[in-house]
Design a protein around this ligand. Structure first.
Ligand SMILES: NC(=O)c1ccc[n+]([C@@H]2O[C@H](COP(=O)([O-])OP(=O)(O)OC[C@H]3O[C@@H](n4cnc5c(N)ncnc54)[C@H](O)[C@@H]3O)[C@@H](O)[C@H]2O)c1
Ligand SMILES: O=c1ccn([C@@H]2O[C@H](COP(=O)(O)OP(=O)(O)O[C@H]3O[C@H](CO)[C@@H](O)[C@H](O)[C@H]3O)[C@@H](O)[C@H]2O)c(=O)[nH]1
Length: 441
């Protein structure tokens, strides 16, 4: 069976590479010609551990191809995966422009019957609409089926998640089409959920909303812990031992970011609103997250009176470690606030600086190393828990920074006992603050 994948962002590229790895012949199509030329040479446009070698292996084995031309990419394709972006409009509703544009290109170039499998996260009802949209744009006498196969991979562990996922969801109205997609995925040997399209669409949104809810919940517990004198890490550990709760997604911090949780929670609130349901719980989850992202700057301002002219080092820019993705990263909100407050910001991230530069204020200086960013800084903000940052020696941190440094750690990277030994003033999330070197005050 010949497969095509349209759109080579995280999802499209990883889907294409993994489908090739399990033995299928796959052509990945993208309108970004420059990106396609790089991918043909085995250069992935995203940072993802293990992706480059898997890509190169499958290109060499002549199972994986890339093209910027639909007519070529769709040649003899029996199954076409659609994995273009579905960002949000400023009001939080879903922008389906790329999906429609890709669907139109597919319709125009389809010369044989095909199953179109949507991987993109789309609001409930979109796949039904898409089927009639493609029908109305077909140029040849061919028949199509639409199947929804939502994606659950996480950036940074995308390859692992594809081969070791918890489930594969297949939403289809046509049993034969569902069976074809089951067969394609069979080598992965993962639990299957075969259901109708609306359920599949909702499973994706409900899953992301639930995970976001867990994060905002633990962040609220963290905020109370700070005031009450408890430690959220011990609390989360004790909670997580209950198998009904589990340990995952109970890490308190600076709030969730990324290309999915923020937009998908907003989209679900709008979807609910569209059927006259006020999704109060999810609205609160979003509000709590927005507040969490600015909380550390507010604390710094309260502690110092003003941030005007203060030299601030920001360590970690990506929305989480293991990726160079800056979409909806908490660092964007934090750094804009710091600049508004008059701080002089030097930033460092091991992988995301290239993506960060165009979206951060011009006043931000980028350092080549964490040490360079910390040099002579009065305040440090830690926003991504990269190993390189977690492994910094606190002695070096203290030596590099100005006298009596203050650290705001949005990712709880350091052990409190370690910090205490180094006499650094340290404020983390949901844990007791540490006063610093009282002798020098
Ligand atoms: N990023 C993730 O971790 C993740 C995980 C699960 C689900 N999703 C969902 O998967 C979808 C894709 O996300 P992403 O992050 O991979 O997207 P992305 O925005 O990173 O990439 C989209 C790609 O599609 C290409 N494209 C745009 N219009 C096109 C067209 N008309 N024809 C061909 N190619 C076109 C772009 O050039 C780009 O390479 C979204 O709906 C997202 O919500 C993403
Ligand atoms: O306990 C936790 C877990 C995560 N986060 C934050 O939550 C965000 C999202 O993290 P993660 O879920 O690991 O990354 P994504 O790659 O955005 O993956 C999510 O979004 C994808 C796109 O829909 C889904 O496919 C995945 O299943 C879902 O986990 C990041 O900012 C994390 O720092 C926390 O603050 N605390």
């Amino acid at each position: 069976m010949k497969l095509a994948v349209v759109g080579t962002g995280y999802v499209g590229l990883v889907t294409g590479v993994c489908l090739a790895e399990i033995g299928h012949q796959v052509t990945c199509i993208d309108i970004d010609e420059e990106k396609v030329e790089k991918m043909k040479k085995g250069i992935p446009p995203i940072y993802e551990e293990g992706l480059e070698s898997l890509m190169k292996q499958n290109i060499q084995a002549r199972r994986l191809f890339f093209s910027s031309k639909f007519e070529k990419g769709l040649e003899k394709a029996d199954v076409i995966y659609l994995a273009v972006g579905t960002p949000q409009y400023p009001d939080g509703t879903t922008d389906l422009t790329a999906v429609e544009s890709a669907a139109k290109s597919i319709a125009h170039h389809l010369v044989q019957d095909a199953i179109i499998v949507t991987k993109s996260t789309v609001p409930v009802g979109s796949n039904e609409y898409l089927k009639s949209f493609i029908h109305s744009h077909l140029k040849n006498d061919v028949s199509i089926e639409v199947v929804h196969n939502p994606e659950f991979l996480r950036e940074g562990s995308a390859i692992h998640d594809t081969f070791h996922g918890d489930r594969i969801v297949i939403g289809a109205e046509n049993k034969q089409a569902a069976a074809v997609i089951e067969q394609i995925n069979q080598p992965l040997d993962l639990p299957l959920v075969v259901t109708d399209i609306k359920n599949a669409e909702m499973i994706k949104y409900a899953s992301n909303a639930f995970l976001a809810t867990k994060i905002s919940f633990i962040n609220e517990i963290a905020n109370i812990c700070e005031k009450i004198g408890a430690n959220v890490e011990d609390v989360a550990y004790g909670m997580g031992l209950d198998k009904r709760i589990g340990h995952q997604f109970l890490k308190a911090g600076i709030g969730y970011g990324g290309s999915c949780f923020p937009k998908d929670t907003n989209a679900l609130v709008h979807m609910a609103g569209g059927v006259d349901h006020d999704f109060e719980l999810l609205k609160s989850v979003i509000r709590v997250n927005n507040q969490q992202q600015i909380s550390l700057v507010q604390k710094a301002k309260q502690r110092l009176g003003s941030l005007e002219g203060k030299r601030v080092a920001v360590l970690g820019l990506a929305y989480k470690p293991g990726t160079d993705d800056m979409r909806e990263a908490a660092s964007i909100v934090v750094i804009h606030r710091l600049i508004e407050e008059g701080a002089e910001v030097t930033a460092y991230d091991p992988f995301a600086m290239e993506n960060a530069a165009p979206i951060l204020p011009q006043q931000v200086w980028f350092a080549k190393t964490a040490a360079e960013a910390l040099h002579d800084a009065e305040v440090g903000f830690i926003l991504t828990e990269w190993d390189q940052i977690k492994n910094l020696s606190l002695k070096d941190v203290k030596d590099l920074m100005k006298a009596d440094p203050i650290i705001y750690d949005g990712r709880n990277c350091f052990q409190l006992d370690d910090v205490r030994q180094h006499l650094i003033e340290y404020h983390s999330v949901g844990r007791p603050s540490i006063a610093g070197d009282l002798r020098s005050n």
